[in-house]
Design a protein around this ligand. Structure first.
Ligand code: PMP
Length: 419
């Protein structure tokens, strides 16, 4: 008999604010791309901890290494002091990620979460440029603390702060300007700024807006953004917290665009096992912080280093990218199918890699589809300013059978909602 029964759930969970509203059950166990609740119901995971579980739940090898590490009484907490686990991670990260890509970044551990890496990026960009404002983009999501929220383009999230948040200027993302590229619009703004008003310190953006509606920026637009940044001495920050670590097919989401951001923010799946970890990559020439200018008690989680090092082994061959690409094609074909087969959805295809979705008629419809999917054994979330997008974000290691099963549940849920 489960200890936490549904009675307990109803009594206590109704008092907390959490995902238990979207997924009203008590989860007990998880492996790979599946979870089970206390009633032994099985769920396929198309949510993957909002991108924190790219390598699935309880990865065998990572679990084994973690247990061994604890058994050996190795260092757990170290306040960012040098440890074996940290050293091994840095060695592997350099060998597998930075060196083959010819990237000259300093690595820093800004704290345990995505928000922490964004805060550190915003701070260093201000310090390097001596400028104040930051350009961010409509529907971008960067975190919940005051700095990261101030560059988040979501009205309801900003509303949580209760007061206007300053120091950010919002620009339209990619092709949101009907008459053409938003690059012209941004360029005009910067030209005006340089003839009097302050220029911004940085631009911060996601290449695929994870929370803002799975809007994927074109590679040409990203190249245009990089050019503008260079021309006006603005630091380019790519927030790869959700789209990075392979989600869109390559380790960094910006690789196919051929751009080199000044600062890169990573978190979520960098820890590999769902353990809190974040890192900020800063071009070496911009590493101007004095010791102690940015610190935090939970920087550099050693247990996350152990699993993160193992996770990087996925990137030692090209097969992982190919594997992701193959499954992304299946997902893309399924999204096309839904959009054409179910015109009542008013569906629009969104996303890239294993981060895709369908923007449908409104938030209510998309929510109903997710609710229905949950009842049928699939975890899936909504995205977008009105929650109008239902979003497919499975662990990258999901097999084709898992994907097919998930897709079937999505289609059955759509049918049930549209009937
Ligand atoms: N940036 C992006 C792109 C994100 O998707 C998120 C989390 N959804 C964050 C930053 C914030 O990360 P965290 O919740 O770990 O603070």
């Amino acid at each position: 008999k489960p200890e936490i029964t549904m009675d307990v759930f109803e009594k206590h969970e109704s008092k907390v604010r959490s995902y238990s509203r979207s997924f009203p059950t008590v989860f007990k166990k998880a492996k790979g791309y599946k979870l089970w609740d206390v009633n032994n119901r099985e769920y396929i995971d198309f949510f993957a901890g909002a991108g924190a579980l790219n390598y699935g739940h309880n990865h065998d090898k990572m679990k084994e290494l973690l247990i061994k590490y604890i058994e050996e009484d190795a260092i757990t907490h170290s306040l960012d002091m040098a440890t074996m686990a940290r050293g091994e991670f840095l060695k592997k990260f350099n060998q597998v990620i930075l060196k083959p890509r010819n990237l000259d970044y300093k690595v820093m551990f800004p704290g345990p979460t995505g928000t922490n890496t964004v805060e550190s990026a915003l701070k260093i960009a201000r310090k390097v440029t001596g400028r104040n404002t930051v350009i961010s983009f409509t529907n971008g999501f960067h975190g919940m603390t005051i700095g990261s929220l101030s560059v988040t383009g979501n009205a309801s999230k900003r509303g949580g702060a209760g007061i206007p948040l300053n120091n950010s200027v919002f620009m339209p993302f990619d092709d949101y300007v009907d008459s053409g590229s938003s690059l012209d619009y941004i360029e005009a703004f910067l030209v005006n700024s340089s003839s009097g008003v302050d220029l911004p310190a940085a631009m911060i953006l996601e290449t695929v807006q994870g929370e803002g509606g799975i809007n994927a920026a074109s590679y040409e637009w990203l190249q245009g953004i990089e050019k503008l940044c260079k021309r006006f001495g603005i630091l380019l920050i790519i927030d790869d917290v959700q789209a990075g670590c392979g989600r869109t097919g390559t380790f960094f989401s910006f690789e196919p665009a051929g751009i080199t951001p000044d600062i890169v923010c990573l978190s979520k799946s960098i820890g590999g096992y769902g353990l809190p970890m974040a890192l900020t990559l800063i071009k070496s020439k911009y590493d101007i912080w004095e010791p102690g200018e940015h610190n935090g008690t939970f920087r550099g989680n050693n247990m996350a280093f152990v699993t993160a090092t193992e996770a990087l082994k996925y990137w030692e061959t090209n097969n992982f990218s190919q594997e992701i690409a193959k499954k992304s094609e299946m997902m893309s074909a399924f999204v096309d199918f839904l959009v054409h087969e179910y015109p009542q959805l008013h569906g629009e295809k969104r996303g890239r890699g294993l981060m895709q979705g369908v923007a449908c008629k409104n938030g209510e419809m998309s929510e109903q589809i997710c609710e229905n999917a949950f009842k049928r054994g699939l975890l899936m979330e909504t995205s977008g300013p009105e929650g109008e997008v239902f979003k497919f974000l499975p662990p990258l290691i999901i097999d084709e059978e898992g994907l097919e099963k998930g897709f079937q549940i999505v289609e059955d849920s759509i049918k049930a909602v549209l009937d």
